[in-house]
Design a protein around this ligand. Structure first.
Ligand code: KG4
Ligand code: ZN
Length: 335
């Protein structure tokens, strides 16, 4: 079955056609990231307006690239939560109108479930159960994926998300938005041991906390400025990346060891981070667990991951009515 997936929770307006949750037929992404970069982060109002402008052409192109019409599509899947609400509602309403007009089922998809499903696009052998670290701009979760649509959250951030910490540190260091890729680029050639950054203490064995780490970077930068000294941006980027990635990898791998997980995955925008991929890959090998990483092009927000999860939600009978609403927050294990 071909599922059309629509995503609009942040600054990407995206649509894709995926066959049976696995095979990407088309994948189109329009983004307002360049405009958002002028402000150093996502301005929700701008994101919503750009979605409204881009969404028709984006969905049309996803169909055209697949050489399909709505008659070929079995279901319309759309991200309905969590996200910037004005942005989410553009995708939800568009998907509703389209599905209604074409007489197709409407499938509601949770954004983080979609990020996890990005792994299905690349790894045909991957199936639940597996353990996954989902790290994006808004969330950092260690999740046991018990079944296609059943999740158990083992740990989460108690304050900032990993991507958010990357973005804020980038801003402090004068690097461009989005912060993750700029910090990773600046970290190349930097000394990861140059700055001694703290390991935050947090309650809960698999929980993480990044606000203290972020503040430590901000304090180092301010102290240096007050003394008239220069921060070595490359060294600081490398030190921060090493510290945050070590924390994420360590928590994920300890959860894997404790639960006896045979299979480990990464998901979300931060899953594109090369050092994190390396640390998790090495750790999984040591544990003797299989490791699956999403392709870089499917780590950030896209429609293909929504279509992939949409297929499994559809199979489980999780359909929406014409009164589907968007939600700014919703736990991944909602029922
Ligand atoms: O999943 P995503 O595209 O959107 C959300 O659902 O939030 O994640 C975006 C986040 C941003 O904070 C961005 O800085 C971060 O992922 N990110 C990275 C990298 N690429 C994107 N963080 C670290 N290293 C990267 N290479
Ligand atoms: Zn995302």
């Amino acid at each position: 079955m071909y599922v059309l997936g629509i995503e609009s929770t942040c600054d990407e307006t995206a649509a894709a056609i995926v066959e049976d949750g696995r095979k990407v037929i088309s994948n189109v992404i329009a983004t307002s990231v360049k405009e958002q970069a002028l402000y150093g982060g996502v301005v929700p109002e701008i994101a919503s307006r750009r979605h409204a402008e881009y969404i028709s052409a984006t969905v049309d192109k996803a169909l055209a690239d697949a050489d399909m019409t709505m008659a070929d599509v079995g279901a319309v899947a759309v991200t309905f939560a969590p996200g910037l609400i004005g942005a989410v509602l553009v995708g939800v309403n568009f998907a509703k109108g389209l599905a209604y007009a074409a007489g197709k089922p409407l499938v509601p998809v949770h954004h983080l479930r979609g990020h996890i499903a990005a792994n299905y696009l690349t790894h045909p052998a991957l199936h639940p159960p597996f353990l996954c670290l989902v790290a994006s701009g808004g969330h950092s979760h260690i999740v046991l994926v018990e079944d296609w649509c059943r999740y158990k959250v083992l740990g989460r951030t108690v304050d900032d998300a990993a991507g958010e910490a990357y973005d804020k540190v980038a801003r402090t260091l004068g690097l461009s938005y989005p912060g993750g890729p700029s910090v990773a680029a600046a970290a190349k050639g930097g000394n990861p041991h140059a700055y001694k950054l703290p390991v935050p203490h947090v309650e809960g064995k698999y929980n993480v906390s990044f606000s203290g780490l972020k503040t430590a970077v901000i304090n180092e930068v301010h102290n240096a400025q007050q003394k008239g000294e220069e921060i070595n941006v490359s060294d600081m980027a490398a030190s921060f990346q090493e510290r945050i990635d070590q924390i994420l990898a360590k928590k994920l791998l300890s959860a894997a060891a404790d639960t006896g997980a045979q299979t480990i995955c990464l998901a979300g925008g931060v899953a594109a981070n090369g050092r994190l991929r390396q640390l998790v890959n090495d750790g999984a090998q040591k544990l003797g667990a299989k490791i699956y990483l999403p392709e870089l092009k499917y780590c950030g927000d896209n429609g293909a991951m929504i279509a992939a999860q949409g297929y499994y939600e559809y199979r489980d009978g999780n359909l929406a009515g014409w009164d589907l609403n968007g939600l700014p927050t919703l736990p991944i294990d909602y029922r």
